[in-house]
Design a protein around this ligand. Structure first.
Ligand code: GLA
Length: 382
């Protein structure tokens, strides 16, 4: 049984145990890696993500009244409410409630619902556990209400919920990936036109390894929103609607040195995404190595979203002949480093990283070996 089917079963069983009857709809959505293209999505730039074999499943049934009851095997505490709240509650339930509010806003208020969340995506590791959760609840709730919506529109709805209800001003990469991904491929997404192209990932001779610092910074979402504001200010300074249109020649016109560095990251990172996609199209994945390292340096120095723990893992990886490339991944300030390695060297890489990291920080990183899978599993009604 595939990882996503197992999780589907887990959510169904947990739902039955919690509520005493089967769910009306179940949806399973994957987390993601991002090969390169960090903090570019909300600047209308390019990203190159792929869905991974780590998932969130949402099992759900509509009620006849307005009551809402949420449970999870991953997040602590249950949520019980009389109707959809107008404001966030400050817990994991917000990801479901925000999406439900978006759906009600567009299609008319629906009844209450019971839902169970099962997940094997580590939370806060930069693997988009929240994006996957939003997509899974959207797909399950739309199915339960008998509403059809195109994948792009669902991704936009989920992003609107995260921006407006949860309060994180994230881009569209995570939700788009959870909906549109295809096994064995990355998605080259143009976040301005929202056109996408599948590009083939390397074959089994190379492997994607995630090394999790296990660092979770409280300030991550505040700093994320701040970066976005800085990028918007830099674009305004240049008289542009987004940094997508900016070029290296524009940089000297940005007076504020911090904003200039942020803009330089976005401009150079967009170029790196296009180069990486090109290497993959040409089936020359070893060409990704220098691109991954350059992305890390740019995120560390210009965008200032790395941390000592991530830098340590990337440095350790860079010292190994089996490693093609490595960089911090996701929003930053903790979470995972992405390592592209020779498959045969994966054990050695893990051991070397574990040892070096423990010497520095007196604890071990966690490792996840991941492969690229399809996007959200079509809802299967009982
Ligand atoms: C988070 C956000 C994404 C993206 C990345 C950084 O994962 O949800 O939209 O901005 O950070 O690339």
């Amino acid at each position: 049984m595939s990882a996503s089917h197992q999780l589907d079963q887990r959510a169904r069983t947990a739902f039955r145990e919690a509520f005493g009857y089967p769910p009306g709809a179940v949806a399973v959505a994957p987390g993601r890696i991002n090969i390169v293209g960090e903090h570019t999505d909300y600047n209308e730039g390019f990203v190159l993500p792929a869905a991974i074999d780590r998932h969130v499943a949402v099992a759900l049934r509509l009620r006849r009244d307005r009551q809402i009851a949420l449970r999870s095997d991953r997040y602590g505490g249950s949520v019980a409410l009389d109707g959809l709240p107008p404001r966030r509650q400050g817990n994991w339930g917000d990801y479901l409630l925000g999406v439900a509010r978006q759906i009600s806003g567009r299609f008319g208020e629906g009844p209450g619902f019971e839902a169970v969340v099962a997940s094997d995506i580590p939370v806060g590791a930069g693997l988009s556990s929240s994006g996957a959760l939003e997509v899974a609840v959207a797909v399950a709730l739309l199915a339960a209400r008998g509403i059809e919506m195109a994948p792009l529109a669902i991704a936009q709805l989920c992003q609107a919920s995260e921006n407006g209800f949860v309060g994180a001003r994230t881009g569209i990469m995570d939700q788009f990936t959870a909906l549109r991904a295809r096994g064995g491929n990355a998605i080259l997404l143009d976040c301005r036109s929202l056109e996408d192209e599948y590009v083939p990932l390397p074959d089994g001779r190379l492997a994607w390894l995630l090394a999790d610092t296990r660092v979770r910074h409280e300030l991550a979402s505040t700093a994320y929103n701040q970066r976005r504001t800085e990028c918007e200010a830099a674009a305004r300074m240049l008289g542009l609607t987004s940094l997508r249109e900016a070029t290296a020649d524009d940089l000297e016109r940005i007076q504020d040195p911090v904003e200039r560095r942020r803009a330089r990251h976005v401009i150079t990172e967009n170029a790196r995404v296009l180069r990486a996609a090109d290497a993959l199209r040409r089936r020359a994945p070893r060409g990704l190595g220098p691109i991954l390292y350059a992305s890390h340096e740019s995120l560390r120095l210009d965008f200032a979203v790395s941390c000592r723990e991530l830098d340590c893992l990337v440095e350790l990886a860079a010292g190994m002949p089996q490693v093609i490339g490595a960089r911090m991944m996701g929003g930053g300030f903790g979470g995972c480093a992405l390592v592209l390695t020779e498959s045969t060297g994966t054990d050695d890489v893990e051991q070397h990283l574990s040892q070096g990291y423990a010497e520095e920080f007196h604890r071990s990183p966690a490792f996840y070996r991941v492969r690229a899978v399809d996007g959200v599993m079509p809802e299967r009604a009982m």
